[in-house]
Design a binder for this molecule. Structure first.
Ligand SMILES: NC(=O)C1=CN([C@@H]2O[C@H](COP(=O)(O)OP(=O)(O)OC[C@H]3O[C@@H](n4cnc5c(N)ncnc54)[C@H](OP(=O)(O)O)[C@@H]3O)[C@@H](O)[C@H]2O)[C@@H](O)CC1
Ligand SMILES: Nc1ncnc2c1ncn2[C@@H]1O[C@H](COP(=O)(O)OP(=O)(O)O)[C@@H](O)[C@H]1O
Ligand SMILES: [K+]
Length: 506
């Protein structure tokens, strides 16, 4: 029983290069909306956005390749020409070999030019010295790019990156890989990206966030059914409550959250996690702790039920605590959070292994709990249980025995592992990536560096575990946990310039 129920809004589907092409082709061939029409819609919606956002533009420089990406730029040029905005168009590889729809759009553009406001250059060399212009449009290359940008294209990009005027990218900044966010030799730095038919996955990985500028989604008439093959989504605060909703159970029909956390020297992790979970309004939290650590929690966690296991001189979880802990966890419905601050003793690993094998609750495994898991040759996960794992990059690497240099590799590992093991994986970092068994993945788009302070992982784990106990699905719980922090961060930063303390996020 693996529950997933996040429903991304259509504007938040993230397309790969292959999927973009597939959807284009199916719409053209099966639905009968031709490529020319799609191009018209793309260029027109970009023109509307651009005119809304910039009122003072008078002369555009359009850098064009020979494919359909150039066609989008030509449609844009036509609509802006209608608004008295001049166009200087540079075809980097000449205009003899344009794609069919792009050629048609060049012919149309000439027909719309009543007052000689159009200039055409047949090569990059011809175009220099360039006329004055107050914005640049990037219609060089689109989403299909899969080799390093060549020749004059690279030269034009380098030049463009030194200009002061705003740069508008059609569909994707040229040189950015649509799937991975990798720079293909050189890439254009855009101020705005008008993303046609769907945002591209690479906008949120690798160098993507540094190159796209502001991203505007321009809808194309793609039937929703063709988007069903999309597995990757953007998670941001614009998602509303119907998209992030409870699974069946009423939110306030809350179960108990059992927390197995803390050991000598690491009781802070247990305190942060339980306080954070408590703040979400859950009815009861039971903190299971080695008896020697109990006095600290008596002082610090008055609202939390404490159930000590073992003897007064037990300061970390051991094999001998297994039965008692399982008995406590089995008392009521709810969820389990295991890991923050439990340490890495050999006996703790055995303890964790048995708890994971025997307990039947939805379970969040974090921090040292993940380390214990990484020490086992096989994960003791029963197939019908919901597990959430919340590793930071080091923990993910240890857990999967995989090294990754890029976000794209990290995404691929998250997708593989969550599907193979049937778990929901929240890979912390920038971006945060949620992977589900379906498999689906959700990428965040905000700066996570303010969260990179010891304690924020415990706060996040506490929130997510509390949502699990409240009856939300694992993926929804992760999404809510991340967005809860982001919302608080925005609020705190409005009040002060300082980086907030982890306790501020509770
Ligand atoms: N109907 C549709 O499908 C719709 C598509 N739409 C738009 O089309 C875009 C995709 O268009 P596309 O597929 O024509 O690709 P695009 O990048 O413009 O040109 C490819 C040309 O570039 C060249 N080239 C390749 N690699 C290179 C390199 N490394 N360095 C230098 N040159 C390189 C290559 O030349 P070749 O190597 O073959 O000589 C090839 O001829 C998409 O992003 C969206 O904007 C929208 O209008 C909606 C409807
Ligand atoms: N609300 C949030 N949104 C995105 N990422 C978050 C959020 N809260 C925490 N994180 C991620 O969790 C990381 C902290 O977790 P971790 O490294 O495990 O720290 P800890 O030492 O607290 O266990 C942050 O660097 C960030 O990547
Ligand atoms: K482009």
């Amino acid at each position: 029983m693996v529950n997933t129920n996040l429903e991304a809004p259509a504007s938040h589907y993230l397309l790969t290069s292959e999927l973009s092409q597939e959807i284009d082709q199916k719409t053209i061939q099966n639905i009968g909306i031709d490529g020319f029409t799609l191009m018209e819609v793309a260029g027109k919606s970009a023109s509307q956005l651009l005119l809304d956002q910039y009122s003072e533009l008078s002369n555009g420089l359009y850098l064009c390749g020979k494919g359909n990406n150039a066609g989008d730029a030509l449609v844009l040029a036509r609509y802006l020409l209608q608004n008295d905005i001049k166009a200087s168009i540079v075809f980097i590889s000449g205009s003899d070999d344009l794609s069919e729809d792009t050629r048609t759009n060049l012919q149309l553009l000439h027909k719309y030019d009543q007052h000689n406001r159009l200039k055409i250059y047949e090569s990059w060399n011809d175009a220099k010295p360039l006329d004055t212009f107050d914005f640049v449009v990037d219609g060089l290359l689109g989403t299909g790019l899969n080799s390093d940008v060549r020749g004059k294209y690279a030269e034009a990009i380098q030049w463009c990156n030194h200009q002061q005027t705003p740069v508008f990218a059609m569909d994707i900044p040229t040189g950015l890989h649509a799937d991975s966010g990798e720079i293909m030799g050189i890439a254009l730095q855009a101020d705005h990206t008008y993303s046609f038919g769907g945002r591209k996955q690479g906008f949120y990985l690798g160098d993507g966030p540094n190159l796209t500028g502001k991203i505007d989604y321009c809808e194309l008439p793609f039937p929703n059914k063709y988007k069903q093959d999309c597995h990757s989504f953007l998670l941001d605060e614009s998602w509303n409550s119907t998209e992030i909703s409870p699974t069946g159970k009423h939110k306030y029909d809350s179960g108990v959250l059992y927390v197995i956390a803390g050991s000598e020297g690491l009781t802070g992790a247990a305190i942060m996690a339980t306080k954070s979970a408590w703040a979400e309004g859950i009815g009861a939290i039971v903190l299971i702790c080695p008896r020697g650590t109990l006095p600290i929690y008596e002082q610090t966690l008055p609202s939390i039920i404490k159930k000590p296991v073992g003897d007064r001189d037990d300061f970390f979880f051991k094999k001998k605590h297994i039965q008692k802990s399982l008995q406590i966890i089995g008392e009521k419905e709810g969820a389990l959070l295991i890991g923050p601050g439990i340490g890495r003793d050999k006996s703790t690993i055995e303890f964790v292994q048995s708890i994971l094998e025997e307990n039947s609750k939805p379970t969040l495994i974090d921090a040292d709990g993940l380390w214990c898991l990484s020490q086992l040759t096989e994960w003791p996960k029963p197939h019908d249980r919901n597990w959430i794992l919340t590793p930071h990059p080091g923990e993910l690497s240890k857990l999967t025995a995989e090294n990754f240099d890029t976000d794209y590799q990290r995404l691929q590992i998250v997708q593989q592992i969550s599907q193979k093991e049937g778990v929901t994986l929240l890979s912390k970092g920038m971006p945060g990536i949620i992977g589900t068994p379906e498999p689906k993945s959700y990428l965040t788009n905000y700066d996570t560096t303010p969260f990179a302070r010891a304690g924020n992982g415990d706060v996040l784990a506490g929130k997510i575990a509390s949502y699990l106990a409240l009856g939300y699905s694992p993926d929804t719980s992760c999404a809510m946990g991340l967005l809860n922090g982001k919302q608080k961060l925005d609020h705190l930063l409005k009040q002060s310039q300082e980086v907030p303390e982890p306790t501020d996020f509770i």
